[in-house]
Structure formats: C-alpha cells, structure tokens
Design a protein around this ligand. Structure first.
Ligand code: F6R
Length: 612
C-alpha cells in the first residue's frame, strides 16, 4: 500500500527520498511524488503518475532539487483515481503546508463540507487534501505545528500516517500517526522517516516506532516525540537485525521465486525457535505461560487472505492434536460482528505485516471484550505485535513480493508449534506421538527443498495450462486449506479465474461451471478422505474437466484418466499443507511469468493492507 519517506540532513534530500521510495515499491502503488524544502522555506512539489522511475528520470535521480529536507510518497489510490493530480504530496493554497499521507480519513466528506463553508477550495478528489486543509485551518490560529497536528488527530476519524512540511519551519519535518505505521531513524546529522523499515535500512538499523496518536518533530540528526497534549514523550530506539540482502533479489528473477526458495530455511528457523532437543515446545518467548495455555477452552483464529488460510489449516491441526475447538474468522467480517466471548477464549491473530487494518481491528475488538490475544506476526514491532498480549514472531525475514509464500509457510510452522504446545499442556498426545510429530516438523525443510528441486516439472505443467480460463482447486480437510491458498496464489499473480472448493461442496451448485477443458486440481494428501476427493474429481472429468492430482507419494488411489499427477513427499498428514502448497505456489508463479505479468507487483494489489 502507500509508502512514506522523509529526510532531513546535510545531503540533497530528493535522491534519498527516491531511493527510500524504491525500497517500498514492493508495497504496490500507482503514482509517486516528492516535496523538497530549501532552508529559506520554499517547497517544491514534483509528482508523476505511474512507476517511480518516471519521476526519478524527470528529476535526474533527484539531483535537480536543491533542498536538504523533504518528504516522498508512493500512492495506492483509495479516494480519487490514480493520476498525477491526486498523487501526493498535497498542499494548502499557499503551498506553505505540504504533506503526504497513508491511510483513510473516514469523515473526509463532512470535513470537506465544513472547510468549504469556511472558504477552502479543493483541487483533488483525495481525503489527503482535506487533511492538509484541516491542518491549515488549525495552524492559522496559533502557528504551532504540534498543536495543529494534535487538533487534526482529534478531529478526524480513520487511519493516518501524516508527514508534513511547514514553510515557517524550514529545517523540520513533522509527523503524526494513528493505525498506520511510521518509523524514525537517526544516523549522525541525518534524520529519516518512513512507513516501513526497508526504506531506511541502508542508512540506519536503529529505529523508533512512532506510537498510535503520537507526534514527532525531526531536525537534522534529532527527533522529539509528543503526545496529543503536546507533552514530550521519551522513547528508545529498537535495533533492526534483518540482513539487508534479505531485501534484494540475490540473483533470482523475481522476489517471489527467491522467497519460495527461502522456505526451507524459514521453516527451519521458525521451528527451531521453539522446538527443543527433547521434543518439547517452548513458547516462553511469546510471553504466554503454561498456566495460561491450560486455561484455553476455545481458539478463534483471525486473519485476512493467506493468513486466514493458515487459520483454516490450524483449525484441523489444533482440534486434532489438542482437542480445543477452533473457529476461523475473516478479520474483515469478524470485526463487525457482535462478538460472543467466553472465559478461556484465546484469539490468535495471524499477520505477516502486523499492520493489516482489519486484523488489527479484530485484535482490538477481542481485547476490548477481555479476551486474551496471541499474535503470529512476522514484522517485529508492528502494531499487531505491540498490541497483542503474546507474540510469536515467525522467522520469515522481510517478504517483498506482494504474493506471500515464505511468510505463509512460516505461519503454518508457527501454528503447528502452538498446536503441539497446547497438546502437551492438555496431555492429549502421548510422548511417542509427540516425538513423531517433532521429527516430522524437523524434516519439513528438506522435503520442501525436494519439491523446489522438481520445479521444472511444474513449469511444464504451467506451460500446458497456460491458456486455461478457469481453474478449480478441490480438496477435503487440510487439502481444502491448501486449495484455497493455491487458488488465491493463482488468481492474484496470473489473473486466471480460479475457485477453491471443499470437494464435497462442488455438486451443491458449482459443478455447473465445469465445461470441456476446465482444469480441476485435486489435492490428495489426507488418507481418510482421498477416495472421496478422487470421486469428486472423476465427477468433474465426466463433465469435460481435465484433471491434475497433487498426491501423497504413497497414495495409489488416483482419479481414472488423470491428465497430470504430481507426487508430494510423505509427511505426517497434519503437516501436509506445508508441502502441498509449494507446487501450487510454483504453478502460479510460472503461469504468471508465462503470461508476462509483473509477478512481484500484481495489478491492483498492495503488500500491506493498512486500510479496511
Ligand atoms: C496473498 C497475500 C494476502 C495477505 C493478506 C494478509 O498472497 O499476501 O492475502 O496474506 O493481505 O496480510 P498480512 O499477513 O500482512 O496481515
């Protein structure tokens, strides 16, 4: 989603802003812009529709702008179409207050009306322009940026990370945030501001996370934080331990391909972070105690997109191993329901970014109702991680490709560990079974590697399936959980229409869509239901479908006349999702490449969905 970068220091600001925005390109955007201020206060705004490189070329890499202080933005359109007028930065009438904004101002039309009644005019369709004019309105009274931004924060509804330049304060950048991330980094005489760590990682590893409803003022190499009453707040920086190389392609054609290949290491690191040599699981780093785990009577797993799909797999694994009932909820739906919480509820919020607006809202809803909250999050220090009672950090490292692969795999590993721990405290698995499961977990990385090594086979399959218009993924139980993820991967990056169905549901309506040549992909890893899914696949074949089976190595029950069969190494069936998903990721990837799509930045999508 939108990206923000700010810089103030001794060097020209624009090249640093463009460099930071480049690092945020992966988040998805449709226009880009910068505003640079000279020490006499003059603010120069430049923005362009389309890729960042167009803006960079026009600005000769930023060299044409002299100022040493500035803000930059990549916009993912919400209010107003993607064009250069609606692109950020936006300004007040005099170009004396200029800002960039991430998030959504929900009451912007009401504010716009009030401001228009006071004589304000608007040149764009954006909520951001309204935000700036509201800041302008408050600022006129007292000329105090901190006060104006506090008044703004109290008046607006919605989410915002706002970075602002004031002509009256040429050597300063101001910022305020609510529910949209913002970080600050200081290195020597230089100060940096960003919506996400990769933007400034090459300049500093020591970052301050601006808290919700907090403000900050950046000078050259200085930062001060304030609460909404204008009182100073002391904060300590956090050290970022990511390797910068993790945010580079490292010889792979796309980030997605690289990230798929990182899955063995990511699963190994995540498993090793909690699984002990004696096969016990230690979750003490998450902050949850065994006593608290013993009190759990029900789990509500919440997430969006692929993170939700992890919740679907978790449901089967946790219920089977720990005998705790699990509900799986789409965060965007759950947050608006009337929640019925009960004693012993544990709400597990799954999120790679830790910033997804709906997942964050679901977490807050649960907290407000007194439920305990447990986050499975990848980005250290993200909002969900900070607000949850307990946090399991997955060890995926930075994920750049918009379509998640390695973070999904790390989340699966995390929920397996949670299931094992719950089973241990509740005494629902024997020591022998626990040892078997621990050994299966330890062997997952090597089996994922075997699947990656077979990628040429999947590439051929993608080539043959290249012109398919509809692809159905079906499976039962954990195979259903994998089907919904495989189908989403295909849709989002290859733009091929696809649906995923619990295999038994097909004949309750959807089977009428099957025609000559429709591709039906069946997942066959769960021995108890393989025969059932095979029958469902055959039912589609008699109606013209072509079949592809992704099946456990030793399974011999295959649909008659399957057109393609792919073998998945044997593992404990509860963990089969971690293996079965890999060829489906590869399939989506190769189909996307063959169709000439922008694999890492699929159309209309954004990496971290910070608006609802
Ligand atoms: C799909 C994908 C999305 C995310 C979803 C949740 O490939 O990446 O469906 O899984 O937007 O994002 P996080 O995990 O950051 O909350």
């Amino acid at each position: 989603m939108c990206g923000i970068v700010g810089y103030i220091g001794t060097q020209k600001a624009a090249p640093i802003l463009l460099d930071g925005l480049k690092k945020l390109e992966y988040r998805g955007y449709d226009s880009a812009g910068v505003a640079v201020q000279t020490s006499d206060g003059v603010i120069d705004i430049r923005k362009e529709m389309g890729r960042l490189r167009i803006l960079a070329e026009k600005l000769d890499g930023g060299q044409v702008l002299e100022g040493r202080c500035g803000i930059g933005h990549t916009r993912w359109a919400t209010h107003g179409k993607p064009d250069s007028l609606n692109a950020h930065p936006h300004t007040n009438a005099e170009q004396s207050i200029v800002a960039v904004h991430n998030g959504i101002i929900e009451n912007y039309s009401e504010l716009k009306k009030n401001l228009a009644a006071r004589g304000y005019e608007f040149y764009s369709e954006t909520d951001t322009e309204v935000a700036i004019k509201l800041v302008d309105y408050y600022y006129r009274g007292h000329k105090d940026p901190i006060k104006a931004l506090s008044e703004f924060a109290l008046r607006v509804r919605g989410s915002f990370a706002l970075a602002v330049l004031f002509r009256d304060y040429p050597d300063e950048i101001y910022a305020v945030r609510k529910d949209s991330p913002m970080i600050v980094g200081i290195a020597g005489g230089e100060s940096y501001l960003a919506s996400d760590v990769p933007a400034i990682l090459s300049y500093t590893r020591s970052v301050y996370y601006v808290d919700n409803l907090q403000l900050c003022r950046l000078g050259k190499g200085t930062v001060e934080f304030f609460n909404l009453d204008g009182e100073r707040v002391e904060k300590s920086p956090v050290e970022i331990t990511w390797d910068m190389k993790a945010a580079e392609k490292g010889g792979y054609e796309h980030f997605m391909l690289k990230e798929m290949h990182e899955q063995p290491a990511v699963i190994r690191d995540t498993v090793n972070s909690a699984l002990q040599d004696d096969n016990s699981v230690d979750l003490s780093e998450t902050g949850i105690s065994e006593e608290e785990l013993k009190k759990v009577r029900r789990i509500i797993a919440v997430g969006c997109g692929s993170a939700y799909h992890v919740g679907v797999a978790a449901q089967y694994v946790i219920e089977e191993l720990a005998h705790v009932p699990v509900r799986v909820e789409l965060a965007s739906e759950y947050r608006y329901r009337t929640p019925l919480f009960q004693e012993g509820d544990l709400v597990i919020v799954i999120s790679q970014s830790g910033e997804t607006a709906d997942s964050l809202a679901a977490l807050r809803l649960a907290k407000n109702h007194g439920a305990k909250t447990f986050a499975v999050v990848n980005v250290v220090g993200s909002a969900i991680a900070r607000e949850a009672d307990f946090v399991f950090y997955t060890k995926a490292g930075p994920e750049i490709s918009v379509a998640t692969t390695k973070a999904y795999s790390a989340q699966l590993a995390a929920v397996y560990l949670i299931a094992l721990k719950l089973a241990a405290v509740r005494g629902t698995v024997s020591a022998e079974r626990n040892a078997e499961l621990a050994s299966a977990l330890r062997s997952l990385p090597q089996k994922v590697q075997m699947l990656l090594d077979e990628k040429e086979e999947i590439k051929r399959f993608a080539f043959e399936a290249m012109n398919k218009k509809d692809v159905f993924f079906i499976g039962r139980g954990i195979d259903y959980a994998v089907s919904i993820e495989g189908s989403l991967k295909l849709k989002e990056i290859s733009y091929v229409h696809s649906e995923a169905y619990a295999a038994g549901e097909l004949k309750h309506g959807t089977i009428s869509l099957i025609e000559d040549g429709t591709l039906v992909v069946g997942l066959l890893t769960q021995s108890g239901v393989i025969e059932k899914t095979v029958s469902n696949m055959e039912e589609t074949r008699t109606r013209g479908a072509v079949l592809a089976a992704f099946t456990a190595e030793n399974n011999r029950k295959l649909p008659a006349g399957s057109d393609w069969t792919f073998r998945i190494p044997e593992t404990d069936e509860l963990f089969a999702a971690s293996l079965a998903v890999v060829p489906l990721q590869l399939f989506a990837y190769y189909l996307s490449v063959l169709r000439g799509n922008d694999v890492d930045n699929p159309r209309h999508l954004a990496k971290s969905v910070t608006v609802e």
